[in-house]
Design a protein around this ligand. Structure first.
Ligand SMILES: *Cc1c(COP(=O)(O)O)cnc(C)c1O
Length: 407
């Protein structure tokens, strides 16, 4: 047996991370060892309310018993076959996923970045084979402020200088336009444009909600120009904003949707691309794949994660509690707050520039028993698991008030 309970202090464990691990993150100095529902505990036994939910990967709450049972049961039977053989879980996962979302087909991968890469490859091939774009000329439009992952192709259309610095040369074929500006989309489209990729609400960009009607106009423009509308719902999807997909708030159906994060309830990396037969049908055997994508453990876990989302009415709770949480936050009179915004339980509190950055507020929240993470220097994101209750929000708001009214 591995010795999982080797007793080291938080300080000692942090020292190990700093010594042996690449420093590509700057986490809060809290070392977590247990989670249940909306709560997590550190090595010293202190309890915290998780207001990040692993960037929305644990929408269903930590260690959900039904997802855990599916993981354990499947782990005892069969974990990986590769797609060289079939397994008895994948078909069931496809069926449940497509019936829930209304898409004709799905393609399973592992991480969000892989789902985005897959969607981009599908769009390019669709462009050549279906739309008739000349070979090698396909263009894809993306938005400033986007976050879609960290591969070289994905950072090729990032507008964040830090994501790109030192990592070139980049993949060509992308154009970046302002977010929330449908006219800019229409102006950027050429006969070689195959797709527009957009987050319905920008998460890592700072919980940026586009103007009302934007997604409808995007839908209309993409339809008129025969351009695929790709919604990256890896963070916004699966209930986070109070609907199954954030695009549902405008009654809009994208041609392609990428999902990940909460697709496994935080147990295991599972992502997928959802689309039509016309688009995903461009992939033929050997065109694309992944050793772990669609493995039986992933399929069993993801099915359970989808079932609990629906069976336990978590999406309606996200809508109701999200509105409540936002209203309560908006009531706080703070010299530091510029704006409270968001949808459902995807909430951003933007601080004024003179507040000195969100980091010190996140550290103060940690002292109060709340874990939240700053994004883009001035924004604190509050995105607890979708199972949060009114009492837990009340508990949190009192502590958030204390922190936001400090000097
Ligand atoms: C997190 C995220 C991704 C990337 O997912 P990874 O699993 O980290 O690769 C892509 N798009 C959006 C909108 C995300 O929030």
């Amino acid at each position: 047996m591995e010795n999982l309970s080797e007793q080291l202090s938080s300080e000692e464990l942090i020292a190990l991370e700093e010594l042996y691990g690449a420093h590509n993150y700057k986490p809060l100095d809290v070392v977590l060892s247990r989670g249940e529902g909306v709560w997590v505990w550190d090595v010293e036994g202190n309890r915290y309310l998780d207001c990040l939910s692993a960037y929305s990967a644990v929408n269903q709450g930590h260690a959900h018993p039904r997802i855990r049972a599916a993981l354990i049961e499947q782990a005892e039977r069969l974990t990986l076959t590769s797609r060289a053989f079939r397994n008895d879980q994948l078909g069931l996962f496809y069926r449940d996923l497509c019936e829930l979302t209304g898409y004709e087909m799905a393609l399973p991968m592992n991480t969000g970045a892989e789902a985005v890469e897959t969607a981009l490859k599908a769009a390019r091939k669709w462009g050549y084979e279906v739309k008739g774009v000349p070979d090698g000329q396909a263009e894809i439009i993306a938005c400033a402020g986007n976050f879609a992952g960290r591969t070289i192709t994905i950072i090729s259309f990032s507008s964040d200088p830090q994501y790109r610095a030192g990592f070139g040369p980049f993949t060509p074929g992308f154009k970046v336009i302002p977010y929330g500006d449908a006219d800019a989309l229409e102006a950027a489209i050429t006969p070689n444009t195959v797709a527009f990729i957009v987050e319905p609400i920008q998460g890592e960009g700072g919980v940026i909600v586009p103007p009302r009607g934007y997604l409808r106009r995007v839908r209309d423009i993409c339809t008129r120009h025969n351009v695929l509308f790709i919604a990256d719902e890896i963070q916004t999807g699966l209930g986070r904003t109070g609907k199954l997909f954030a695009c549902d708030h405008e009654g809009v159906r994208p041609d392609v949707v990428t999902i990940g994060k909460a697709l496994s309830g935080g147990f295991y990396p599972v992502s997928a691309v959802l689309s039509s037969r016309e688009v995903l049908g461009v992939f033929r055997p050997g065109d694309h794949g992944s050793t772990f994508g669609g493995n039986p453990l992933a399929a069993a876990v993801a099915r359970a994660a989808l079932h609990v989302l629906i069976d336990e009415d978590m999406i309606a709770n996200a809508a109701e509690m999200g509105e409540y949480f936002q209203d309560r936050l908006a009531e706080i009179t703070s010299p530091h707050v510029k704006e409270v915004r968001g949808r459902g339980l995807m909430i951003g509190v933007e601080l004024k520039p003179e507040a000195g950055g969100a980091r010190r507020f996140c550290e103060a929240l940690q002292e109060q028993g709340i874990l939240a993470k700053e994004t883009h220097q001035h924004i604190i994101r509050f995105a607890p698991p979708l199972i949060i209750t009114r009492d837990e929000i009340d508990w949190a708001v009192e502590r958030i008030r204390t922190v936001l009214t400090m000097p």
